[in-house]
Design a protein around this ligand. Structure first.
Ligand SMILES: Cc1ncc(C[n+]2csc(CCOP(=O)(O)OP(=O)(O)O)c2C)c(N)n1
Ligand code: SF4
Length: 247
């Protein structure tokens, strides 16, 4: 049934041009869509994107087309940073050093199964931009808890509440000594844009974690994704538990 509310999250940049919600590959109000679209708009054509298995990988491709207007790789779940390393080397070997190689991965692909490859790439200071879009669950497989789930969040694998220990990947990346680490939220698009622009000026491993609400997992009306209050509330409550790194 058509929503009575306008969809605030349709891609607009022209780099991420197919409207995935209309293709039925992403849900209306998905917070990861504006995160992808703003990335495409900000970095433009000098970019190649790599997604491990996730909702983003799913809405990036369909049988009939690809949402990204730049080279795109759909990679296996556990090793996106390793694949991005190879892609970086391939571009460098061809003299295309100005092409940004970007991993766009969910929080489970980042903090859980992909963590070893992430830490390896960070330790080597690979020249890639890693973006973790954080919806705090493994949503492509129905919302299991991840190690970034909010404490006490009820999910199919944590019916009585997720662990009180939440993995702070941004701080762990900072502890690797990489040149750029930041957090953002799609409720604050200007701040996210600014951090993307800044990350684009840095050489070496860059980590940006962007909070992307998921109306299905979080259980709020689809049209509210960008509503400042909701995101801010989540953001602030997270920051209370563990100071958030904002560069
Ligand atoms: C080795 C392996 N294990 C499990 C899966 C199934 N799988 C695909 S996507 C996914 C969850 C992804 O979660 P996240 O990275 O948080 O992204 P989201 O789906 O929330 O966008 C899982 C478990 C897989 N593709 N490969
Ligand atoms: S389930 Fe959530 S994260 Fe996945 S496409 Fe739908 S809204 Fe986006």
């Amino acid at each position: 049934m058509a929503s009575p509310h306008p969809i605030a999250t349709l891609p607009k940049s022209g780099r991420f041009s197919l409207p995935p919600v209309m293709m039925g590959t992403a849900c209306e109000g998905c917070g990861a869509l504006p995160a992808a679209d703003i990335l495409a708009e900000t970095l433009g054509s000098k970019m190649a994107v790599l997604c491990p298995a996730s909702c983003a990988a799913t809405f990036s491709l369909s049988y009939t087309g690809m949402a990204w207007q730049v080279p795109f790789v759909h990679w296996i779940f556990e090793s996106a940073p390793a694949a991005a390393t190879g892609l970086r080397r391939a571009y460098d070997a061809r003299g295309l050093k100005d092409v940004h190689v970007v991993c766009f991965a969910g929080d489970s692909g980042t903090a859980d199964i992909g963590f070893q490859a992430l830490s390896g790439a960070a330790s080597r200071n690979e020249n890639i931009l890693y973006i973790c879009y954080d919806n705090e669950v493994a949503m492509n497989t129905q919302g299991q808890a991840t190690s970034t789930s909010t404490a006490l969040a009820r999910t199919p694998t944590t019916p009585t509440g997720a662990s009180a220990l939440r993995k702070d990947v941004a701080r762990i990346m900072a502890a690797h000594g990489v040149p750029y680490v930041a957090t953002a939220a799609v409720s604050h698009p200007e701040d996210y844009r600014r951090k993307l622009r800044r990350a684009a000026r840095v050489t070496g491993f860059r980590y940006l974690q962007v909070l992307t609400p998921c109306p299905i997992a979080w259980g709020y009306p689809h049209a509210d994704t960008i509503e400042q209050k909701k995101c801010q509330l989540v953001w602030r409550s997270q920051a209370r538990g563990r100071p958030t790194l904002l560069t």
